[in-house]
Design a protein around this ligand. Structure first.
Ligand code: ADP
Length: 801
């Protein structure tokens, strides 16, 4: 944080009156409560602004700095934000500003901006900060007029600044803004909470204790809901959906049932703003007393407090803040004077813009609905995903819902199988599927150790490792990495005959396959074999789970977020290790098979100097250009930057230029000016416990898959086989979650699968590759003429860092 003290208005007036500067000037500020990822947003705004030919400014201490001016509004250079992605909090400071709430404060702020020639402001904060920003914009012409009337500025000075351009970024750990699925900071905060609850989980189990955990969220239960899903909490309190009257009996009965089933720990999550239907507060201590007094349970309260704000941003927040920061600058350059101020949002996997005040108003309306005790409406007004998660939590936590149970003839025997390498989220997805099946009356059946497990023989008799899953055993899988039912790369095509016999023997009515490209291949083989085996004419759904994220039909697979988090932790740590020697480049080898997704996204999240992916390959010109880039980069920072630099290389990017070869070449060519090391995290990337994002998405997707399978109940085999969607992949595509059929003329197998390279034909993330380059200052290969036969240094252009 800046320690600079606020300077007075007179200092600001002393600054030379500008004629409109040649370059557009964009300022960024962080305001309201700080959130992990704000630094990533500032870095992206600064670098993207400079890249786009603008000048960047940072306003320190939020709106306080805008009102005070002086040293609190600083010009930012490319190097000023180096290393910011991995830093927690906000390095330009945040504050709550009473002065900015007054028109007089905003008048002063307008003057400071005009004096510095700034007419575009990117604000990263919560709904309060964004409301303030919008008000500032709407008052802007009036403020300038007043400044002229009072003689503080001349007509000539204000003339070039008729409009103020505002763009909002939502930075808040609560994820309380309507219109966006996630705010910058919310997943980092969720990670902090889950880490804490995972630890409590162990001790609660050991002592058979109950724990009441209070998490942040005065008006918004997102953190509470997501942490309850991620940790398999027994009961949850959120402000939007207070429990019905008599909840004390309901909660005690659910917990007693869970205990009777053999559960050794009890976890209740309470959002700090929890209340009953009459708006009386439900405190964590009251819940604890209830459990202790009524159930005689040894219960403790843990209030997580400010640990939820701190620490570095998780992979998702680094990626989100970077992409949104870039989008904010694009919006500044696109927005017309008469269009409403935009806020940058994300829907599923798509960064979008929406009118800022629309998002703010919707957010305020939710709070108003809660105060009016109109809870159903409050829930409906949160994004649809929130309600879906809430229902999914209920359906998988308390499995005795007589109303949810299907009539017997619609109940199915649903087989669950894991195929391929383990990936974070496989176990939580299986747990969710089991919970849902039990709620609906289906039989969840585990196939152990993949297709080879199903086809296992003993004394020439097929015995198949197939077993019904019990609620209690799956309940513990909520935060477990790997695959508890066992996963295997073997494919059904290896022995279709035995596979079909096993399907018949166990009377499977549906198949849920969790895994990566092999899982996809397995589904394709079964679908094609339907012509010969009726046993495969059942609904088959693939839930992509692979760290490579290379399954056609989705932009996201379970496990990829866990992998990214592990990889950025690894990179942060080794980069830090270079702080004593300073001039060191690490060439880090990432997994990902023939897909460069993990390398590219990790590159974006850690600010890699370069990323090598199989889609582009590696050639000698690229290496020469990058060594030159490193040389010039080290020369320009004169050792001021203490951390090392990182190059990421996907394991299959080149057969010749291996990780070690690249590291050696860099060392050789650096001629002693810096050194280089190779580092291979290997299977470490598959991660330990799944990340909270993988856990919550596992739940949501697994339930959608079960509902999809269930929609075929009662249909004949031929009807099922005719329906293209009866063999499909669930996926995130742009702003939607949907099923894509595998077969048929429009099916994925035909339209979007590169079978040889084991990846989709169209990889949505490829465009991010250029962004990694833009933000590191290295010109993208294409732009840099890497394909031309030229060795002239000029043609390998890179921005002077
Ligand atoms: P958050 O942005 O996290 O919701 P606050 O509501 O505390 O946090 O707002 C942060 C700052 O934004 C306030 O201290 C104030 O300077 C400014 N602000 C908030 N609401 C308004 C408003 N209605 N008018 C002007 N400024 C506001």
């Amino acid at each position: 944080m800046s320690s600079t003290t606020a300077s007075t208005a007179s200092t600001a007036s002393a600054i030379k009156p500008p004629i409109k500067p040649a370059k557009k000037r964009i300022a960024v500020l962080t305001s309201g409560g700080d959130a992990p990822g704000m630094n990533g947003a500032v870095r992206a705004v600064v670098r993207m602004a400079i890249h786009s030919g603008c000048e960047a400014f940072a306003v320190h201490e939020g709106y306080e700095g805008l009102v005070a001016g002086g040293d609190l509004i600083k010009k930012m250079h490319w190097e000023d934000v180096r290393g910011w992605l991995s830093r927690g909090g906000t390095l330009i400071g945040s504050a709550r500003s009473m002065k900015f709430r007054e028109r007089s404060g905003r008048l002063q702020a307008a003057k400071n901006m005009v004096l510095r020639g700034i007419d575009a402001l990117v604000v990263c904060g919560g709904d309060g900060s964004l409301t303030g920003a919008d008000l500032f914009r709407s008052e802007w012409p009036g403020l300038l007029k007043e400044l002229v009337e009072k003689g503080e500025l001349t007509e000539q000075q204000v003339f070039p600044y008729t409009t103020l351009n505002i763009v909002g970024l939502v930075g808040s750990i609560d994820n309380d803004m309507s219109g966006t699925d996630a705010t910058i900071g919310c997943y980092s905060s969720l990670t902090r909470i889950c880490d804490a609850v995972d630890d409590v989980f162990d001790t609660a189990s050991s002592h058979q204790r109950g724990f009441v955990i209070e998490v942040m969220g005065r008006h918004c239960g997102w953190l509470a809901l997501m942490s309850a899903i991620s940790t398999g909490a027994d009961w949850l309190f959120i402000p939007e959906m207070p429990p019905r009257d008599g909840w004390e009996d309901d909660m005690c009965s659910v917990i007693t049932k869970n205990r009777e089933r053999g559960k050794r720990r009890t976890i209740v999550i309470v959002a700090e703003g929890s209340q009953d239907r009459h708006l009386n507060k439900i405190s964590s201590n009251a819940v604890k007393d209830l459990l202790s007094d009524r159930l005689g349970l040894d219960t403790r309260v843990t209030v997580l407090g400010h640990t939820q704000r701190g620490g570095p941003a998780c992979a998702y927040d680094r990626w989100l803040s970077t992409l949104q920061g870039v989008e904010a600058v694009k919006a500044v350059l696109d927005v017309r004077p008469d269009s409403p101020s935009p806020v940058i949002v994300i829907r599923e996997n798509k960064i979008e813009r929406m009118p800022l005040m629309e998002a703010v108003q919707q957010t305020k309306d939710v709070t108003a609905r809660i105060h009016a005790k109109d809870f159903d409406q409050a829930m409906a007004m949160r994004d649809s995903e929130f309600k879906e998660y809430y229902n999914a939590y209920l359906n998988t936590t308390t499995v005795d819902h007589p109303k949810m149970r299907l009539p017997e003839k619609k109940q199915m025997r649903i087989a669950i199988i894991h195929v391929g390498a383990p990936a974070g989220g496989m176990n939580p997805a299986t747990r969710a599927a089991v919970g849902y099946c039990l709620t609906r009356g289906h039989k969840p059946i585990a196939i152990h150790n993949g297709f080879p497990g199903l086809c296992r023989h003993h004394d020439d008799k097929p015995i198949g490792s197939v077993r019904e899953i019990e609620w209690l055993e799956s309940d513990d899988w909520v935060n477990e990495g790997g695959s508890e039912i066992g996963t295997n790369r073997g494919l059904p095509g290896d022995d279709l005959e035995t596979t079909a016999r096993a399907f018949e023997k166990h009377k499977f009515d549906g198949l849920f396959i969790v895994g990566g490209f092999e899982a996809y291949t397995a589904a394709s083989q079964l679908r094609k074999a339907r012509d010969f085996y009726d046993a495969f004419k059942i609904p088959i759904v693939v839930l992509p789970a692979t760290i490579s994220n290379n399954v056609p039909g989705t932009e996201y697979s379970l496990g990829s977020d866990t992998c990214l988090n592990t990889l950025i932790m690894f990179c942060d740590a080794i980069r830090q290790s270079a702080s004593s020697s300073r001039r060191r480049v690490f060439v880090v080898e990432t997994q990902g098979g023939k897909s460069g997704y993990i390398a590219t996204t990790a590159g974006l999240s850690i600010g890699a100097a370069a990323v090598y992916i199989p889609e582009e390959g590696i050639n000698i010109k690229m290496l020469a250009r990058d060594i030159e880039f490193l040389r010039s980069s080290f020369a320009s920072d004169r050792g001021a930057n203490r951390a090392g630099k990182i190059i990421l290389r996907n394991e299959t990017a080149s057969q010749t230029y291996t990780t070690q070869v690249i590291a050696d070449m860099i060392k050789e060519e650096a001629k002693g000016r810096f050194e280089s090391r190779a580092a291979v995290p290997g299977h470490f990337q598959q991660g330990g416990k799944p990340s909270p994002m993988d856990r919550v998405r596992a739940l949501r997707m697994a339930i959608k898959c079960m509902q999809h399978i269930e929609s075929y109940a009662g249909k004949s085999r031929d009807e099922i086989a005719k329906d293209e969607y009866s063999a499909s992949v669930i996926g995130v595509k742009g702003s939607r979650v949907l099923f894509s059929p595998m077969g048929g003329p429009g099916g994925l197998e035909f339209t979007d699968t590169d079978w040889e390279k084991r990846r989709p034909k169209h990889e949505f993330w490829l465009e991010l590759q250029d962004l990694v380059d833009v933000l590191s200052g290295r010109k993208p290969h294409k732009e840099a003429g890497m394909l031309e036969d030229s060795h002239s240094k000029g043609k390998w252009g890179y921005e002077s860092p």
